[in-house]
Design a protein around this ligand. Sequence first.
Ligand code: ZN
Ligand code: FE
Length: 255
Amino acid sequence: MPLSLVTIPCLADNYAYLIHDAETGETALIDAPEPGPILAALTERGWQLTDVILTHHHWDHIDGLPPIVEAFAPRVIGAAADAHRLPPLDLAVRDGDAVTICGETAQVFDVSGHTVGHIAVHFPTSGLVFTADSLMALGCGRLFEGTAAQMWASLLKLRALPDSTTVCSGHEYTLGNARFALTIDPDNVALQLRTAAIEEARDEGRPTVLTTLGEEKATNPFLRADAPDLQAAIGMVGAEPADVFAEVRTRKDNF
Ligand code: ZN
Ligand code: FE
């Protein structure tokens, strides 16, 4: 049976996620922006937290952890590369590691770029990937530590997953991302339709962060740096995809 997924809005625009396996009763949390909404979501469902995955070291993804550890003593999983600046880890993971979480074999990807040491975790059986501030709905994280080439390589790893994969990212930035994407890709009909749906969702206060990889591949300009039509739209036909990605990222930084 696929894992149940719960999206938890935290702080101003962060998201944490819970996944739960009804058979084993195990529950995992992805990122801990703040404890209140996470503990409430667990209590409401009567779920015992068994694991926490920390995607990267930024405060808005880890600062809520202490009361959660105190309440449930979960196994805390994070990147070995970031162990020195993450809360104490029970399991330090690396790119390519397979880890059993909630009864499912999950795959760890290093997706450095936003930070060096950022991880994404893919659950192939349930078709979920937790990307936090690497691949985001219609966007990608800012390059605080890594290079454009690093982020592009990270996005290519994620882009290789099945189109039906549900992408669960870390922030409600989608409407701003859509407005920017339209400046790069104004004639993209899929993007126009998606932007309208995002506007409606935000008007109704609904999260926009659960998307599919197929949808991202069709509309997210950061995944399309090697697409001839996108390259043509920004005057970079035939350029190295990492350079095209860098140009799109710079334009977004200045948007
Ligand atoms: Zn971050
Ligand atoms: Fe963040």
